[in-house]
Design a protein around this ligand. Structure first.
Ligand code: FAD
Ligand code: SF4
Length: 508
């Protein structure tokens, strides 16, 4: 029998097909999983996110044990004095006589650096394996990106559609079109009631974790009514209910927002994909099958597939290509501290108040809430990128740096100067009004452009374009916006600037 191997499994590596486990011998090897206080607090994660991750980890350890593996599971209470994974692994390697250790590469640059440094310096044989639970690799992305002046998701997505033969027929996209985005921008009719999200009652393990988190952490975020999946079987149930009940309308209402309901026709799968409970390829296959079986239309299925095969893979490639410099980028030189309203302080802007409230209650808000309300406001008001990144990383239960950071730096803040997005995602109140019912219950008037009752998004939008003329006016995708700004009368421009000045002063 060969020497025993210590195999570390991180909190977002809960997949039985993980590279770490591939050649594991249950009779010989030791699996290590640990809950670390330092990881729970390096940013103050939402309490529902902590429950989700720790409970899913405990359930995964149980599943491994039932398959005969020897698992050393270290609970938060056992690891109070442990500062990092390396310290815990060294202790176990020392005590167990193992000389070899296997780790699948983590999803954060910070941790990868820790492990790489340890690998170089320690006396053990540390093997870092590629995380191959994706449909592309950082190396393939780098190869694709090489020599391109601009990186655009759409072209990477088309490449992956071809490579993986997804929604293709005779080498062409099914429906003779790669992208059905233009059909996917409908507002939600007031009388439409989307199906409720899949719910699971917490079992003993989850209840213990809820109690532990409530006793130890007073971080932002409600703990009550935890109903998320914490096992692979449950995550598969969420997937199958999504395919059956919500996918058919996913495309149509992908961008719609409704007060008090962040779930709508979205899949709610990011929690489970990012933990490793679901495999992206199986979600694509399930959606494609629904199309071929006539259960969901092409605009919905292509829209969903583009999110996972396109955006998810693209942001990961970009993250590994650009780190560590990406974290420092601040193209628009935004310096404002994060306003208290992001932590739930009262605000008269109803759209923001509702999106923060959904986030506080569920550790979830859907894409357009994150992008076009919370993100749009951060961009228009010039909030400092590091503060915005930290907020998004801690408040959402699906947030890990590899996926959070490109969405914030690139898509929301344009901090990378257009590497990820061809133009800043800015919008006035008219967009929010068209896509939601927030404005009907707001103190501000979405139709007014300036003055104390005007919707702040209206004057902030023009003031943003005005302030950043030197950096943005040459962007061809903003040509129309700048032509409209140039047509504004001197009085109207002055009133816009003045309204923005007063609002931003009060924000501080
Ligand atoms: C500022 C900002 C921050 C974000 N932070 C995260 C994050 O930390 N973690 C995260 O998983 N997603 C993040 N997203 C992307 C997206 O908002 C979430 O994936 C989505 O809201 C999760 O809900 P869902 O599973 O119901 O998604 P659906 O709308 O049903 O989409 C299906 C799946 O596609 C994938 N997806 C969709 N859009 C993106 C995207 N832009 N980037 C990567 N994957 C995508 C997700 O895996 C998602 O589960 C962020 C978006 C923005 C604008
Ligand atoms: S009026 Fe403006 S601030 Fe109020 S909800 Fe609408 S977009 Fe938001």
């Amino acid at each position: 029998m060969t020497e025993p191997v210590l195999r570390l499994i991180l909190g977002d590596q809960l997949s039985l097909n993980l590279a770490t486990l591939r050649d594991a011998d249950p009779d010989r090897d030791l699996i290590l999983m640990c809950e670390l206080h330092t990881e729970a607090t390096y940013v103050a994660h939402h309490r529902k996110k902590l429950v989700l991750v720790f409970s899913a980890m405990r359930h995964f350890a149980r599943a491994l044990k039932s398959k005969g593996f020897r698992v050393r599971y270290r609970k938060l209470d056992d690891t109070d004095s442990v500062t990092c994974f390396v310290e815990e692994m060294e202790q176990i390697l020392e005590a167990s006589g193992c000389r070899r250790c296997v780790i699948t590469q983590p999803g954060e640059f910070r941790l990868l650096q820790q492990f790489t440094q340890w690998q170089q310096e320690c006396a053990y044989q540390v093997e870092l394996r590629e995380d191959d639970r994706f449909l592309s690799t950082p190396a393939a992305f780098e190869q694709w990106a090489k020599g391109r002046k601009q990186l655009r998701m759409e072209y990477f997505y088309r490449l992956l559609r071809r490579e993986h033969n997804v929604l293709m027929q005779n080498g062409k996209p099914i429906g003779e079109q790669w992208n059905f985005d233009s059909s996917n921008r409908k507002a939600l009719p007031a009388d439409r009631i989307p199906p409720s999200p899949t719910r699971f009652e917490p079992d003993d393990i989850t209840r213990d974790v809820i109690q532990m988190v409530s006793q130890r952490y007073d971080h932002f975020g409600d703990l009550d009514d935890f109903h998320y999946a914490v096992t692979r079987e449950q995550a598969l149930q969420v997937l199958s209910e999504f395919i059956r009940d919500r996918l058919p309308n996913f495309g149509d209402y992908q961008d719609a927002m409704r007060q008090g309901d962040p779930w709508l026709y979205h899949s709610h799968l990011s929690f489970y994909l990012n933990l490793g409970l679901l495999d992206p390829a199986e979600t694509l296959a399930a959606a494609e099958k629904a199309f071929h079986d006539g259960q969901a239309p092409l605009n919905a299925v292509e829209g969903f597939i583009r999110q996972i095969l396109g955006w998810r893979e693209y942001v990961r490639g970009l993250y590994w290509l650009q780190m560590p410099d990406y974290a420092e980028s601040n193209f628009l030189d935004a310096q404002r501290p994060l306003p208290a309203l992001y932590w739930g302080a009262e605000t008269a802007l109803n759209c923001l108040s509702q999106c923060v409230d959904d986030t506080r209650r569920h550790a979830y808000a859907h894409h357009i809430q994150r992008l076009m309300v919370l993100g749009n406001f951060a961009l228009l008001t010039g909030i400092e990128p590091k503060a915005v990144n930290e907020w998004y990383l801690l408040v959402y239960a699906d947030a890990y740096e590899w996926v959070e950071m490109p969405n914030v730096q690139g898509m929301v803040l344009f901090a990378d100067g257009g590497l990820m997005a061809s133009k800043p995602y800015i919008a006035s109140g008219a967009y929010i009004h068209r896509m939601s019912d927030y404005c009907t219950r707001c103190r501000f008037d979405v139709k007014q452009k300036t003055g104390p009752r005007a919707c702040p998004f209206n004057y902030l939008y023009w003031d943003f374009l005005d302030r950043h003329r030197d950096k943005l006016a040459s962007n061809p995708r903003l040509g129309l916006a700048y032509r409209n700004l140039d047509r504004m009368s001197a009085e109207a421009l002055e009133a816009t600037r003045e309204s923005a000045r007063i609002f931003l002063q009060e924000l501080e």
